[in-house]
Design a binder for this molecule. Structure first.
Ligand code: FAD
Length: 592
């Protein structure tokens, strides 16, 4: 897939370039190795995890340790660990596939992710040679369990306001850590904690803390709405004695570790959420086919079909964005020396905007599916006798951790503008060019009756709308734009929708070009359905954002352009939904 000759796209550049469908990586491009890792993970889930679900939910941590070790034997914990330290050094697509397929048990997915992603990767990317040799082989086998300790009671979203301190003792042999970390996944049974503390109360820094270090203990389990089988406790550091060489990275550079690792967490969360959505579609479709009311399966009712079709279309679009992002990162990594951790990190950081997008979109798609899944199950959906009840509770936290969806929404236009200001992304030039186009008025357009021609135009227009909204707001508020959160969230919604529809359109056009429209008729339908609905959402968000930014003639010109960009003849989305839903029910699950 990733060849050095391939065009490498900068992060965020989807807004200012026309996407070439053949360059959009998608599940249809998986290699044999990718399929193998997906199959291994799926079998592990089905054989080891699902049968143990009740014990996992009862917080049987000894069992969870054993299950992690089993995952270690299968190579599932070492996907991102170099071979020299006992890992498999797999590509990011494989990492995404593990995240997608492991997500079938709502508690264990967090145990697994806290260990293999945020609990391990800081050492992979920031550890010294000695630290890597000591910790990574044991983390790869699951002999040791990892955890990541950033949040505190008073500092969640504002994580750099942490109060935990670290001081080097008089002998210069140990760091003394004091403070309390909060919400720590795997808190009760981890062996290795990545802890962020302020050296001398000022310099935010990473440390590797071991469970048996003097002064280290964990607090009581939180009583949670969902993911009840995953351990979530405070980590208490009372004059904790941490040997000097357990400093992680550099003093005062802990934020570089914390935020880079969150980029991984976000794209893996997006992949996991898509896996979860597919499972909801499967159980909801099967239930809808079996459950009879008014002498027929409820799957016959349009109101139910609407939901199943919407779940399928949203999941297809989300999946397209997730694997496209994995492909973008892989392509960039094909141009760097992967044995240099800093280069790998910068390849991922380049797509921080896309990682935030798939975190927000993935978690909201899963919540849509979980919510409507409960609805399809009716009263049964509200009881723990049916699996959708747990999905509904377990999925909710995805919008809260790895940076809340509000924080990620604010980051999306924020990071794009920062890049534009630094000259890394010619966003403002594109906005300027767009303004000239707007002033010039409508242009004559040639008829195009090729497949998804209308949608191609709409996707291109969605990018123009995003540019117009972001550009106008940046011009109006300048450095005070970060105070305009409501406008920024509308801008984020437009950018998110734009990336989603661009990714789905690219994937579908690629598939149609490869195999013809007939073979991918349902992908074409899902793409059309989602794009048409998304354009209405984009239009509303843009109207609100523009009206909150400019007034008078300026507003009139922009609204006229918006009207032009969002003008399309409505299509029969009812018929599309019927077709999609019928196919989902016939297949008994996700159809793409
Ligand atoms: C089950 C679970 C497991 C977790 N696991 C871990 C873990 O392993 N390690 C770890 O370090 N942390 C973990 N967390 C903590 C998690 O990352 C935080 O809960 C999250 O970052 C939000 O912080 P908070 O809870 O303090 O909410 P707050 O930051 O208080 O936010 C409350 C609300 O205000 C909004 N808000 C806050 N600041 C802003 C702003 N500037 N602008 C706009 N809106 C804002 C938020 O979006 C949110 O809606 C876990 C949490 C849970 C629930």
């Amino acid at each position: 897939m990733a060849t050095p000759q391939k065009q490498i796209f900068k992060g965020g550049s989807f807004l200012i370039t026309e996407t070439q469908p053949e360059g959009v990586f998608s599940p249809e491009d998986f290699t044999e190795e990718h399929r193998m890792i997906a199959k291994t993970t799926e079998e592990y889930l089905e054989k080891e995890i699902i049968p143990n679900s009740a014990r996992i939910e009862e917080k049987d941590y000894e069992l969870q340790r054993q299950l992690l070790q089993k995952a270690g034997e299968l190579g599932l914990l070492g996907a991102s660990i170099p071979e020299a330290y006992g890992g498999l050094a797999l590509d990011h697509v494989s990492g995404m596939l593990i995240s997608e397929y492991i997500s079938g048990q709502g508690s264990f997915v967090t145990t697994f992710g806290a260990h293999s992603s945020i609990g391990t990767l800081p050492i992979v990317y920031f550890g010294t040679e000695e630290q890597k040799q000591k910790y990574l082989p044991k983390l790869a086998t699951g002999e040791w369990v990892g955890a990541y300790c950033l949040s505190e009671t008073g500092s969640g979203s504002d994580s750099l306001a942490a109060k935990t301190t670290a001081r080097l003792n008089a002998e210069g042999t140990h760091w003394t850590l004091n403070g309390e970390k909060m919400w720590i996944s795997n808190g009760a049974f981890a062996d290795v904690y990545i802890v962020f503390a302020k050296v001398d109360g000022e310099k935010f820094t990473g440390f590797i803390v071991e469970r048996n270090d003097p002064g280290v203990s964990h607090g009581a389990e939180e009583h949670k709405m969902g993911q009840r089988g995953s351990s979530t406790t405070p980590l208490i550091l009372q004059d904790a004695q941490v040997p000097k060489d357990r400093l992680l990275g550099e003093i005062g550079r802990g934020h570089i570790i914390a935020f880079n690792i969150l980029n991984f967490g976000r794209f893996k969360l997006g992949a996991g959420a898509i896996g979860g959505s597919k499972r909801v579609i499967e159980i909801a479709a099967k239930y809808a086919a079996e459950r009879r009311q008014f002498n027929q399966p409820i799957a016959n009712f349009g109101a139910i079909k609407y939901k199943l079709a919407e779940m399928a279309a949203r999941t297809y679009v989300g999946e397209s964005a997730v694997y496209r992002t994995a492909g973008l990162i892989e392509d960039r990594e094909s141009t760097i020396d992967k044995s240099v951790p800093a280069e790998v990190l910068s390849a991922i950081e380049e797509y921080a905007v896309e990682c935030s997008i798939i975190k927000v979109a993935g978690s909201e798609i899963l919540d849509y599916c979980a919510d409507e899944g409960v609805q399809i199950f009716g009263g049964n959906g509200f009881t723990s006798s049916y699996p959708v009840e747990a999905v509904y509770r377990d999925s909710r936290v995805n919008r809260i951790f790895e940076g809340t969806n509000e924080i990620n929404r604010l980051l999306i236009p924020g990071m794009l503008l920062k890049r534009a200001m630094k000259g890394q992304l010619p966003l403002l030039q594109a906005a300027q060019k767009l303004q000239e186009e707007l002033l010039a008025g409508p242009t004559f357009e040639e008829e195009d009756d090729s497949v998804l021609a209308v949608e191609r135009k709409l996707v291109a227009n969605s990018k123009k709308i995003a540019l117009a909204v972001v550009g106008t707001a940046a011009q109006k508020f300048m450095t005070a734009l970060d105070k305009q959160q409501i406008i920024l969230c509308w801008a984020a919604d437009i950018i998110i929708e734009s990336f989603l529809i661009d990714s789905a359109l690219g994937r579908t056009l690629k598939l149609v070009a490869r195999d013809g429209e007939e073979k991918h008729q349902y992908a074409v339908l899902a793409t059309r359905l989602y794009i048409h609905d998304a354009m209405s959402r984009i239009e509303t968000a843009a109207k609100n954002a523009l009206a909150a930014t400019v007034e008078g003639d300026d507003l009139r010109v922009l609204l006229a352009a918006l009207k032009r960009f969002t003008k399309f003849t409505p299509i029969n989305t009812s018929a599309i939904r019927e077709k999609l839903s019928d196919k989902v029910v016939e297949a008994g699950g996700y159809i793409f």
